[in-house]
Design a protein around this ligand. Structure first.
Ligand code: ATP
Ligand code: MG
Length: 472
C-alpha cells in the first residue's frame, strides 16, 4: 500500500514516530484519516492511537515543534490534541471497551492495537498505519477494510447486531458514510440497522442532528435519506418526513409521493449550494402537505395553504432538532412560506408590482428562493422541465429589470413609524402601523412613486381619511 502524504503530513508523522520511539509506546495513525487517504479524498483531522498513555505521547510530540504547540487534554478520557497550523491531531491510548444496555458510553480499559481496532465501527474505519521503526508505514488491516473500500461496502468488523446495539449512533454513521461516500451498506449490516432502529432512543438529539446534517450536506443526500426511511430510523427521528410518503388514490386520481419528490428536490439543489440551511429549506418545503391534503370533487388532490402550514411547522422542527432558532430558522421558514411565489410569476401578464412585491418579501434571499423553485421541478418529462426552467429564466430577467429600476431589495419605505408618530403626535399604536402599511403598499403597487415627497403627501391624505390630525 503506497500512501502519498503531503510534505507537512510526512514531516509531522516522522516527528510523532520519533516521539513514540523515545517514550517507548507503539503508535499508529488510525480511522478516518487512513480511509480518506486511501480513497484520495481530502483529509481533515488525524487520529493517533498508541499502546500506552496518549496524553504523554502528545506532550512528547509537542516538544519537538518550534514554537511548541499547546496540548489540550482531557485527563478523564485520556485524550489529547495538538494543532499544527490549522491541522488537528488527536492522541489516545489504545483501549478495550465493554457496553451496558442503557448507555452508549462503554466501560473502558487499556488494550492492544487489536482491541482498539475491534471497537471501531466499520471495517473501512478500522485500518491503521504503523508509525513504528520496525514496520513504519505498514497498513494494519485486520478486517479487510481495503477490500471493502474498493467494493464500496460498509460493514461492521464484528457482529453488526452487537455493534449497533452497543452504540446505536453507529446506525446513523453507517448511513451517513453511505451517503457521503456513495457506498452500499452490506445486507447483513443493513438488516441489523433495521432490527436495532428502536435503540436510537438512547442517542441525544445533538448527535443525531450532527449525522443528519452530514447526510444533508453530502453530494446526493437522497441516498442517506432513503436509507433512513427504509431502515425505519426516519419514522423514529423525523415522523413528519415519513408522513409525506405514499400516494393516495380516489376515483383514479392519485397525487405524487411527496417524500420521494422531496428527496429529488434536495438532490436537485445539492449541486447548486453547500449551504446547509438552503438544503434544509429544500427538505422542508412541502412539509405542510400532509396536513393540508384534500380531495376536491372535479378538481383532484389539493394542498392549499401548505406553504403557510409548513412555515408554521419550521420553528417546532428546529426546536426539536436543536437547530438555531435565530437566522437559520428565520431563513428556512421564509423559504418554505415563499416557495410557491415565483411559480405564480411564470404566468402571463405579470405586473411590475407583483415582481416588486416578491423582491420586497424575499429581500436578500431572492436568489436562494429562485434556486429552491428551480430545484422543485421534478417532472420526468424533459420537455416540461425545460419549459419550466425557461419560464423561471424569464422571471429572473423581470426580477433583475425591476430591481435595477426600483431598488426594492432590502428596501425600507421612506416614511418611518417614528416620523408618523411625530407628525401626528401619536404613541406607538395600531394607527401608526396601519398608516405605515398603507404607504408601503401604495409604493409597492406603483400608486405613488418611491420617494419621500410623494410618500409624505400620501401619508397626509391617508391620515385625513383615517381621522388623524397633524400636530402643530
Ligand atoms: P469524519 O471525520 O470524516 O466524520 P471519521 O471516520 O474520521 O469521519 P470521526 O467521528 O472523526 O469519524 O471518528 C474517527 C474514528 O473513530 C472513526 O474512523 C472510527 O474508527 C472511530 N469511531 C468514531 N465514532 C465511532 C463509534 N461511534 N463507534 C466506533 N468507532 C467510532
Ligand atoms: Mg475524523
Amino acid at each position: 500500500m503506497n500512501i502519498e502524504y503531503s510534505h507537512k503530513e510526512a514531516f509531522v508523522f516522522k516527528k510523532i514516530a520519533a516521539a513514540a520511539a523515545e517514550i517507548g509506546v507503539p503508535a499508529y495513525i488510525i480511522g478516518g484519516f487512513v480511509r480518506d487517504k486511501i480513497l484520495g479524498r481530502p483529509t481533515k483531522d488525524a487520529d493517533i492511537v498508541c499502546v500506552g498513555d496518549g496524553i504523554a505521547l502528545a506532550h512528547a510530540v509537542a516538544k519537538r515543534f518550534q514554537p511548541e504547540p499547546t496540548v489540550a487534554f482531557f485527563k478523564h478520557f485520556g485524550t489529547a490534541q495538538i494543532k499544527i497550523d490549522d491541522w488537528e491531531i488527536e492522541f489516545v491510548g489504545a483501549r478495550k471497551e465493554s457496553y451496558r444496555h442503557e448507555s452508549r458510553n462503554p466501560e473502558v480499559e487499556p488494550g492492544t492495537i487489536e482491541d482498539d481496532q475491534n471497537r471501531r465501527d466499520f471495517t473501512i474505519n478500522a485500518m491503521a498505519i504503523s508509525l513504528n521503526q520496525a514496520d513504519y508505514g505498514t497498513l494494519i488491516d485486520p478486517f479487510n477494510g481495503l477490500v471493502d473500500l474498493s467494493n464500496k461496502l460498509i460493514q461492521t468488523p464484528l457482529d453488526p447486531l452487537t455493534t449497533f446495539s452497543d452504540d446505536p449512533l453507529r446506525m446513523m454513521r453507517a448511513i451517513r458514510f453511505a451517503s457521503q461516500l456513495q457506498f452500499t451498506i452490506a445486507p447483513v449490516t443493513l438488516q441489523a440497522i433495521q432490527d436495532n432502529a428502536h435503540r436510537i432512543k438512547i442517542i441525544t438529539q445533538e448527535r443525531i442532528t450532527d449525522e443528519f446534517n452530514k447526510i444533508l450536506l453530502s453530494k446526493k443526500p437522497s441516498v442517506g435519506l432513503d436509507l433512513l426511511y427504509k431502515t425505519g430510523l426516519m419514522k423514529l427521528i423525523f415522523p413528519a418526513m415519513v408522513d409525506l410518503a405514499g400516494a393516495e388514490y380516489i376515483d383514479g386520481h392519485g397525487h405524487k409521493d411527496n417524500f420521494y419528490h422531496t428527496l429529488q428536490v434536495v438532490d436537485n439543489i445539492a449541486p447548486t449550494t453547500n449551504d446547509l440551511w438552503l438544503r434544509w429549506a429544500a427538505l422542508l418545503h412541502d412539509i405542510g402537505k400532509p396536513a393540508t391534503k384534500r380531495f376536491e370533487n372535479g378538481h383532484g388532490w389539493t394542498f392549499h395553504g401548505h406553504e403557510v402550514v409548513g412555515g408554521r411547522m419550521v420553528p417546532k422542527i428546529f426546536t426539536k432538532w436543536r437547530l438555531s432558532l435565530h437566522e437559520p430558522m428565520r431563513f428556512v421558514r421564509k423559504m418554505v412560506e415563499l416557495h410557491l411565489r415565483p411559480i405564480s410569476l411564470t404566468k402571463e401578464n405579470i405586473t411590475d408590482s407583483a415582481i416588486r412585491r416578491l423582491l420586497f418579501d424575499a429581500g436578500e434571499d431572492i436568489e436562494n428562493l429562485m434556486l429552491l423553485c428551480e430545484a422543485d421541478i421534478t417532472s420526468k418529462n424533459k420537455q416540461k422541465v425545460k419549459r419550466y426552467l425557461e419560464n423561471f429564466e424569464l422571471v429572473r430577467q423581470r426580477l433583475k429589470e425591476v430591481e435595477e429600476k426600483d431598488k426594492i431589495r432590502n428596501w425600507q419605505p421612506p416614511i418611518t413609524g417614528e416620523l408618523i408618530m411625530e407628525v401626528f403626535g401619536l404613541p406607538p399604536s395600531k394607527p401608526v402601523g396601519d398608516l405605515k402599511t398603507r404607504i408601503r403598499e401604495a409604493i409597492l403597487d406603483g400608486i405613488i412613486s418611491n420617494d419621500y415627497d410623494a410618500a409624505y403627501q400620501y401619508m397626509l391624505e391617508q391620515a385625513a381619511s383615517m381621522g388623524l390630525e397633524k400636530r402643530n
